[in-house]
Design a protein around this ligand. Sequence first.
Ligand code: DGL
Length: 264
Amino acid sequence: MKIGIFDSGLGGLIITHSLTQALPQYDYVYLGDTARVPYGNRSHDTIYEFTRAAIDHLFARGCGIVIVACNTASAEALHKLQGEYLPKHHPGKAVLGVLIPAAEAAVAATKTGRIGVLATNATISSGAFDRELGKLFLDVQVTSVAAPLLVPLVENDATKWAAPIIADYLRPLGGVDTLILGCTHYPLFKHLIADQMGHGVTIISQDEIIPAKVHQYLIAHPGLDLTISKQRSREFLVTDLTDQAVQLAARLYGKPIKIDRVEL
Ligand code: DGL
C-alpha cells in the first residue's frame, strides 16, 4: 500500500516535496482536486463531500494512509471522516490532518500564549484552530485572520503582488509571538511573512513539521508501516489538467513532473 496525500489543488505539493525528501523510501500518490479548487470559500457540506470522495479514490488506488494536506479539508471534514466514515467504510486505514501538528508546534514555540493563525475563510470560520489550540493551552489567546487572496496569487503566478496584501493581512497580528501558516499555499510566502512580522515571532510552516509527524505516526503504528510499500514510486494525479497546473507543479516541485488526470 502507498501513502496518499490529498489537497484541494496543487499547494499540497509543497508538503509532498518535504515528505518525499524526509521519507524517500515510501511510495506516494498525490491527488489535487484542481477542478474544484479553491475549497476555502465553500460550505462545510461541500468540503466534506469533496474530501470524502478524494479519500475514497486514494484508498481505491491502494493507499493505506492518507495525509489531508489541505487545512480547509482538515478543518471541515477530518473529524467526521475519522469518527464516522472511516470505521464503517475503510476499517484499518488511517487519515491524518495538518491542523493538530501545527497547533502542537505553535504551543511548543509560544512564550506569551499569544498565537496568530492565517488561513482560508472556511478554516478560520470553522474555529478549528482555536479549538485545537485551546485544548493544548488553556489560556491561549488566538488571533485569527482570513487571507483569501493569497491562494489565487499562487495559482495565477502572481506572487509578485503579495507584499502589500500580506502587510494588510498581518496588521491585526501585532502582539503575537507565534504565527501558524494554516494553508497549503502559505509556505511559499514564509520568508516574506517572517520579514514583515519581524524578529521574535516564530512562524509555523507545515512543510517543516508534517514529515516528522508522519514519521512518528508510522513508528507508533508498526503494523501499518509494514504494509506501506517502499519502492520510492511517486504518482501525481489531478482532477483538471491544465497548462497552468503543469507549470505550477513544475515550479513548486522544482522540476517537470508527470501528472495524470482522474475523475472523482
Ligand atoms: N488547500 C487549501 C488549504 O490549505 C487552500 C486552497 C483552497 O482554498 O482550496 O486551506
